[in-house]
Design a protein around this ligand. Structure first.
Ligand SMILES: Cc1cc2nc3c(=O)[nH]c(=O)nc-3n(C[C@H](O)[C@H](O)[C@H](O)COP(=O)(O)O)c2cc1C
Length: 259
């Protein structure tokens, strides 16, 4: 599968078939993880955690034996960098047929942080189970997907704009489809894009509940994922260069991709 197919076929997997990862898949994943970088050059450390050994579980996950946690030093742009790097791991895992789910809330965070040995100054915003998808979803999986409308996304005209925020973009641009289908926390979809010629300007629309000064902004992680998708399918270059397009108070410029 190419990057576009990986992006369009990936879904959160919350029900696993109980098989542990094969040695071969585990080795491939570990080798890939050691090559991951992001446009911010902020290192993200990955730690594999045996579920049984560490007493780890999540109320929404079934049939898993292994988790992966991501750690990053708390610094400017660490959330976008984290989202970008973790999503590369997610897409590569999917290319091997390994299912994942971004988990930032539905877990006993202190248990995972202890197992991953999170140090002072480090953040561990997200963990994911790793395993092979079961043929049938558990009841809790089906309920959760229904509640967050996991199989749906906002229409392009609500999230993409041409030139400025007053002109909705009616588009079937494949690159923007890759952004639209990016996973986001609670499927809130905070990413907005203004397309100007060969530039895609990415913005974060702060959703209700946004807390400036919280240990991390989960929606900036979502923006990092969207950025990863756009970079994967365009092979463009990424910079922080605010074009100064007027935007609403709840909307914050994040990055620009030039193709
Ligand atoms: C940053 C982030 C945090 C998330 N946290 C959770 C979580 O705690 N529990 C959970 O079941 N899903 C979580 N998700 C998964 C989203 O609910 C899911 O990506 C979204 O509903 C879209 O569904 P899809 O991934 O199948 O496309 C999270 C996703 C992201 C990107």
């Amino acid at each position: 599968m190419d990057n576009m197919e990986l992006i369009m076929t990936r879904k959160s997997v919350r029900t696993f078939d109980g098989r542990p990862l094969t040695d071969e898949d585990r080795e491939k994943l570990c080798a890939f993880i050691s090559t991951i970088n992001n446009p911010y050059s902020i290192p993200v450390e990955f730690v594999l955690l045996d579920a049984e050994e560490n007493g780890l579980s999540s109320p929404v996950i079934q049939g898993e034996h292994l988790y992966i946690a991501g750690k990053v030093l708390k610094t400017e742009h660490c959330e976008e960098a984290f989202g970008y790097s973790f999503e590369q791991m997610v897409l590569y895992a999917w290319s091997l047929g390994i299912g994942t789910t971004w988990i930032g809330g539905t877990m006993k965070r202190e248990l995972f942080e202890a197992a991953a040995q999170v140090k002072n100054g480090e953040l561990m915003p997200i963990v994911s189970p790793l395993g092979y998808p079961a043929e049938e979803k558990s009841e809790v999986d089906v309920k959760l997907r229904t509640n967050v409308h996991g199989d749906e996304r906002l229409p392009a005209t609500e999230v993409f704009f041409q030139g400025d925020f007053s002109t909705p973009l009616q588009t079937e641009d494949k690159c923007l489809e890759a952004v639209r289908w990016a996973p986001t926390a609670a499927n809130m979809q905070p990413c907005r894009v203004v397309k100007c010629g060969n530039k895609y300007h990415l913005y974060e629309k702060h959703m209700p509940g946004y807390k400036p000064g919280a240990p991390w902004d989960v929606q900036k992680i979502d923006l990092g994922i969207a950025l990863c998708h756009l970079m994967c399918v365009t092979g463009g270059s990424c910079e922080i260069a605010d074009p100064g397009i007027p935007c609403a108070e709840d909307t914050e410029y994040v990055a620009t991709v030039t193709v």
